[in-house]
Design a binder for this molecule. Sequence first.
Ligand code: ATP
Ligand code: MG
Length: 576
Amino acid sequence: MESQHLSPSEQAGTNGQGGAARSGTDFIRARIEADTASGRFGGMVHTRFPPEPNGYLHLGHAKSICLNFGVAGEYGGQCNLRFDDTNPVKEETEYVAAIREDVAWLGGHWDDREFYASDYFERLYDYAEELIRRGKAYVDDLSADEIRAFRGTLTEPGRESPWRGRSVEENLDLFRRMRAGEFPDGARVLRAKIDMAAPNLVMRDPTLYRIRHEAHHRTGTAWCIYPMYDYAHCLSDSLEGITHSLCTLEFVNNRELYDWVLDALGVYHPQQIEFARLNLTYTILSKRKLIQLVREGHVAGWDDPRMPTLSGLRRRGVPPEALRDFCGRIGVARADSTVEYSLLEHCVRERLNAVAPRAMAVLDPVRVVIENWPDDRVEELEMPWHPEDASYGSRTAPFARELFIERDDFRLEPPKKFHRLSPGAEVRLRHAYLITCREAVLDENGEVKELRCVYDPESRGGQSPDGRKVRGTLHWVSARHAVRAEARLYGQLFAVPDPDKAPEGGSFLDNLDPHSLTVGTAWLEPALAGLETGRTVQFERLGYFCKDRDSTPELPVFNRTATLRDTWARLEKKEG
Ligand code: ATP
Ligand code: MG
């Protein structure tokens, strides 16, 4: 089997599919184009994707990756991968490795521009001293609770801390001693000195540094004070020469602080632009909740194929091109909205339909005996891996006297317009022969035990020899040669469109669908046994299946990526 359908030249966020975002078509690209046209930032575009290494990446991050790497690619710029690792408690090296793998898989190229906010700790500290020297930051001895109580509300101004008036010398001394580890956690913080009556609560003397006697996954025990996100992020952007800092809408109010910090220090100043985060029906996109699913064993791990994580989708068999197409179609906007999960499935099916090799497997077998086929005769029939693309080559499948077909493809008493097998009916076995059912042998419970059939020796390849009409085409495998495999059939992890909405007195966990995984057996044509792990193929008439890493030589395991039925395409047709 060839792998020529993987096209590494495709860039993240760009694709030739219909409905995809193209340059200048959304408000972010429009603003970037206005900036490059006016010569702002010297006409350059430099973005960053800034994950916090406290969990695995999910579909929401895919949107951000496609956007950041996508616009950088479209405007001849660059995109950095920056680990936003300012919180020592929740971050782990395992996550860093997983994030790297996922971004690369999705098509993000960061070359040697892999950065860590923790690499800037020394410089961020120096900037903090500079803010103190400029009278724009002070050490506060209030507790976290007191700071909250002093902050005021949307309708009431806050109150100034009694420590706000400390001299520069005292502030420098205390801040240095904070760094030196003289004080316990929570004893003091460094705050920006802005305005306790600011209408934007974010601007009421926000905390810049707090004391945390915790080891950090990269800096070890070198630090016991750690910078807050709002302080570290803008300065990291500035240090890296980012031009457009794209983030999600919940940071709209933080933009004022982003700008304040950079202006207070008089350093290079990127432009923050906010866009709506991705919400998807039947899906949870919150790391905190995804961690809970993993820790409490509701799923088999971060890469459980039902998870909306990039590693889960990859293990399920979703190609990165399908995700890029999806991200292009949903576009970016400034208003929150929820995307239908079926659109994602549509993108997956469309991609796999184009590139997945075809083969045959039977999930729920019933035995077919070809009475006029000699017992010991085995014919190797050649069949193409792909119906429309000859470059995929072909394989052979053995045809013998006893076959399996799908139990559901036979009816003792067929309803009208049933074109599959029934007593006296003739069907085509895919790429093989026409067969006619003579009789069904039932067991003591009245269940079909085997189907006695005859084949037409003139119909090799499934061709009708005399032009007689044969409507149904069934998939099949040779009973004796079939390879037994485990088939994992996945449905939605959640049973309701909005799983975040918990039922009265419950949690989002109550929305889990107990039937999201069915494990069954598949009988494979022998050519499928040697498939490499991670490869997705179409089991004809059944769906797309991806060979799982749990496979052993004795028992291959296949994850169902998607069924063949596409509700989205039908919707589109009806509406269009
Ligand atoms: P979560 O809410 O799942 O914890 P997060 O925003 O805390 O996500 P980060 O690791 O900080 O996760 O995110 C890295 C980047 O991905 C950020 O720029 C963030 O805005 C973006 N991002 C995260 N979730 C989404 C989403 N649902 N849609 C679009 N972008 C997202
Ligand atoms: Mg975050």
